[in-house]
Ligand binder design. Structure first.
Ligand SMILES: [Zn+2]
Length: 220
């Protein structure tokens, strides 16, 4: 998961495609395959873990989902693969004692379906509000190959740098980190460890991972 104390990366994936119609239709929206150190949809499942008093991690080693608990419900950062909601994300939340009916927001780091995939059902089932940058909403809402309808969530919130997301006692700063996609985002928010509060930052994309930058000038 490449987690360190206060800086946590969310990284691109290059999954082996599952073949359900939903996933096939979303294929165009996955992280680009063929990169060095390509990830896969069957990368190791993380042990669902509480990493700060108000921050949990669930998902796979290369497509982690973070759950930030607030006084006004849960904020998910990303939602994993669309076909792994019932097998990975929801069981992981249950193991951690996190009630999915309390998901208030899903903040999507970027518009690839291995990151926003689970949000469509969470939005429909639990009323979670999905936020993404404008440029990546446009990607998600674009019909798939052959004119197939988008399988993504409906647009609830357009996230933009300088406009924080407030959930009860917690404020989440939004930072634009375009590169992997035009609308890739990072998030900065407080995490608690007992009486100590730290500042955590997560980013979407591949910028800081050796060998994985999408921009040739940044490789090496
Ligand atoms: Zn991606």
């Amino acid at each position: 998961m490449r987690t360190c104390l206060a800086i946590i990366g969310l990284f691109i994936t290059a999954p082996a495609w599952a073949q359900s119609p939903t996933v096939a239709a979303a294929k165009d929206f996955y992280c680009t395959p063929g990169k060095a150190h390509a990830n896969a949809a069957d990368d190791p499942v993380l042990t669902p873990t509480k990493i700060f008093d108000n921050l949990y991690v669930i998902g796979r080693s290369t497509t982690a989902v973070y759950a930030l608990t607030t006084s006004d419900g849960i904020v998910l950062i990303d939602a994993g693969y669309p076909d792994q909601l019932e097998t990975v994300l929801l069981p992981g939340m249950k193991e951690l004692g996190l009630d999915p009916t309390r998901i208030r927001y899903i903040l999507v780091t970027h518009g690839h379906a291995d990151h926003f995939g689970g949000s469509t059902v969470l939005q429909q089932r639990y009323g979670a509000k999905v936020g993404m940058a404008a440029a990546d909403w446009e990607t998600v809402e674009r019909p798939g190959r052959g004119g197939a309808p988008s399988t993504g969530p409906k647009r609830d919130i357009v996230l933009a740098e300088g406009t924080p997301v407030k959930a009860g006692d917690t404020e989440i700063q939004v930072v634009a980190v375009p590169g992997h996609t035009p609308g890739s985002l990072g998030f900065i928010f407080p995490v608690r460890d007992g009486s100590t509060t730290h500042t955590a930052a997560l980013l979407g994309g591949a910028i800081l991972l050796p060998g994985r930058p999408d921009v040739p000038a940044l490789q090496g």
